[in-house]
Design a protein around this ligand. Structure first.
Ligand SMILES: CC(C)(COP(=O)(O)OP(=O)(O)OC[C@H]1O[C@@H](n2cnc3c(N)ncnc32)[C@H](O)[C@@H]1OP(=O)(O)O)[C@@H](O)C(=O)NCCC(=O)NCCS
Length: 243
């Protein structure tokens, strides 16, 4: 009986999470959310599959996971451990691997992958802390840890640990904020690094132009009129450090 009560409480918390975090779910009845929110359906099916797996029931957990993927587009391995108040917004295209461990109040958007990096065995998926948000299309690869309250930007590829409270964006994912503050300083900007090959080509190009000019002078010629060495400019753009 107490198992039944805790199951009902879990379902209530999961539906409440959808209502809290999805603006489109405001004022929508629990029945409607259960019937038409693919992320909620996938989660509830996973909770059943996980409980059956833990109880030692063979085959059925995988069949539930397979059928859920077919219906919702969300693939969660039955062994993945997911905390309370978890919410997948929009559902489709989410993959959560076997050894993933997810804390409380975590939100994933569509297209998120919590995957491994190759064919290794054992712990090969992420451990997400509490209150983590992972934006649409983000890929988290390998057995990394994502700290409490961290945010992963849409389409970010994360292959290293994310500190608590950090916001990571880009490919590879790098922190742009920690605890809401911008990361300042040149050391944090590893996107706009000097390009030694471009610098070398630029140097050679200048010397070649110089030699051509001198040869032209010796020949009494003015050289190819108006021809200038190709300018190779360093990569520019907004600093990832925000500085
Ligand atoms: C990463 C995210 C959580 C950051 O939100 P935030 O805390 O408000 O931070 P900001 O918007 O101030 O962005 C911080 C910096 O990261 C950059 N940035 C934000 N999101 C980015 C992303 N997904 N990819 C690359 N850069 C990103 C911003 O341009 C800004 O750069 P700057 O400091 O040089 O100006 C948010 O942008 C995001 O991607 N959320 C996911 C939302 C989502 O998936 N929605 C799907 C709905 S269907």
């Amino acid at each position: 009986m107490s198992r039944w009560k805790s199951l009902v409480a879990e379902v209530r918390a999961d539906v409440a999470a959808a209502r809290d975090r999805d603006p489109a779910a405001q004022g929508v009845s629990t029945f409607e959310i259960l019937g038409s929110w693919a992320g909620v359906q996938a989660l509830l099916a996973h909770r059943a599959a996980h409980a059956l797996l833990e109880a030692g029931v063979p085959v059925l957990p995988r069949i539930i996971a397979y059928a859920t993927r077919a219906v919702t587009g969300v693939e969660i391995h039955p062994a993945a451990q997911i905390g309370s108040e978890f919410f997948i917004d929009h559902g489709a295209g989410v993959v959560i691997g076997e050894t993933a461990v997810i804390g409380r109040c975590v939100t994933l958007y569509q297209g998120v992958t919590l995957g491994g990096t190759g064919f290794q065995r054992g712990k090969r998926h992420q451990t997400l802390g509490d209150n983590v948000t992972v934006g649409s299309g983000a890929k988290l690869l390998g057995p990394i840890a994502v700290g409490d309250n961290a945010k992963v930007g849409a389409n970010t590829v994360v292959v290293e640990d994310v500190p608590p409270g950090a916001t990571v964006v880009g490919n590879p994912g790098h922190p742009v904020r920690v605890e809401g503050k911008r990361i300042e300083g040149p050391d944090a900007d590893w996107i706009h690094l000097p390009d030694p090959i471009a610098e070398a080509i630029k140097g050679l190009s200048g010397r070649l132009a110089d030699i051509e000019r001198r040869l032209a002078e010796l020949d009494g010629d003015n050289g190819p009129a108006g021809e200038k060495p190709t300018e190779i400019s360093p990569r520019t753009g907004r600093s990832s450090a925000g500085g």
